[in-house]
Design a binder for this molecule. Structure first.
Ligand code: IPM
Ligand code: MG
Length: 358
């Protein structure tokens, strides 16, 4: 039975939002006798402060041992001057790569209750339900060689390598086609095939794969156009699949369509469905410790954990529906506040959710 959950609170607002999510997990654990075993470990700046590394071996071992991982956020100004090799973000990249969590699912759903918080007009975003499938363990984030070298003339030159093998493209492609098949059956692959050979291959492999999925309608967009279309008419998309860096950028853009990045969960999965679950927002150091951060992205990440790693879809639905009811009650943290609503703290939002679950 899959029941070992590793909790990695991390930095900034991480501990506050994860505390609320853990209360939700405890509540569901008792209510449904899920027999979940929770362990905690340090990651990011918090780990660096104690062990001089953002990803201690003990944390990596615990992560390997777990069936699913809940992560808050990592990073902050305190660690920004550190060498890139020990920066908190390195821990996140290390976990993704060491655990082969290559499939990053980032849904962007606009709750109808929040249509007026989006920076776009309600008629453009109302009903938005989009899934970005981002490749997470390859591309320019991990390509070798990389570094900063000194040229013959003494000038410095920075370089990275954008590389994807056919098998890497194929495995993320399959996840995307399968996801589209379970949704509205439309998949848009995003590349820069007019300039970059690596994404020319990406496009070819997606076309080859589409023969196995005749029920899914595949289209292609260049990333610049995709960014524009996301802002112009986001509802044209069902599932988007793209590489690591384009996915990083497009998913932040998609997040904003929904009103607040504070509402968006994510799952990072390996081939067997083991996953790391995290809100897509970062550690938000400017609001850390103030009890105002939105815990809902983390709580919705728990729902994804129930769905994708623990095979508990009913529990996932229970969490999703409870979040909808909180919004119906006009409970809002600052990031999703609009006039006439009831502005609540991180802890109040968490407590209100627990009440809904009882
Ligand atoms: C994300 C983040 C990370 C990324 C950072 C923190 C390394 O922006 O998960 O989108 O670039 O992948
Ligand atoms: Mg990002």
């Amino acid at each position: 039975m899959k029941n070992k959950i590793l909790i990695l609170a991390g930095d900034g607002i991480g501990p506050e939002i994860v505390t609320e999510a853990v209360k939700v997990l405890d509540c569901l654990n008792t209510k449904h006798r899920l027999n979940l075993e929770l362990n905690h470990a340090l990651i990011g700046g918090a780990a660096y402060d104690q062990f001089q590394t953002p990803l201690p071996t003990s944390t990596l071992e615990a992560a390997r041992d777990a069936d699913a991982i809940l992560l808050g956020a990592v990073g902050g100004p305190k660690w920004e001057s550190l060498d890139i090799s020990v920066r908190p973000e390195k821990a996140l990249l290390g976990l993704r790569s060491e655990l082969a969590l290559f499939a990053n699912l980032r849904p962007a759903i606009l709750y109808p209750q929040l249509a007026d918080v989006s920076s776009l007009k309600p008629e453009i975003v109302a009903g938005l339900d989009l899934l970005i499938v981002r490749e997470l363990t390859g591309g320019i984030y991990f390509g070798q060689p990389r570094g900063i070298r000194i040229l013959a003339n003494g000038e410095r030159e920075g370089y990275n390598t954008y590389v994807y093998s056919e098998s890497e493209i194929r495995r993320i492609g399959r996840i995307a086609f399968e996801s589209a098949r379970k949704r509205d059956g439309r998949l848009c692959s995003v590349d820069k095939a007019n300039v970059l050979e690596v994404t020319g291959l990406w496009r070819e492999v997606m076309d080859e794969l589409s023969k196995d999925y005749p029920d899914v309608e595949l289209s292609h967009l260049y990333v610049d156009n995709a960014a524009m279309q996301l802002i112009r008419a986001p509802k044209q998309f069902d599932v988007m699949v793209t590489g690591n860096m384009f996915g990083d950028i497009l998913s932040d853009a998609a997040a904003m369509l929904t009103g607040s990045i504070g509402m968006l969960p994510s799952a990072s999965l390996d081939q067997a469905g083991k996953g790391m679950y995290e809100p897509i927002h970062g550690s938000a150091p400017d609001i850390a410790g103030k009890n105002i951060a939105n815990p809902l992205a983390t709580i919705l990440s728990l729902a994804m954990m129930m769905r994708y790693s623990l095979d508990l879809p009913e529990v996932a639905d229970e969490i999703d529906l409870a979040v909808g009811r909180l919004l119906d009650q006009n409970l809002r943290t600052e990031d999703i506040y609009s006039a006439g609503c009831n502005c609540v703290s991180t802890q109040q939002m968490g407590a209100a959710l627990i009440k809904e679950l009882h």
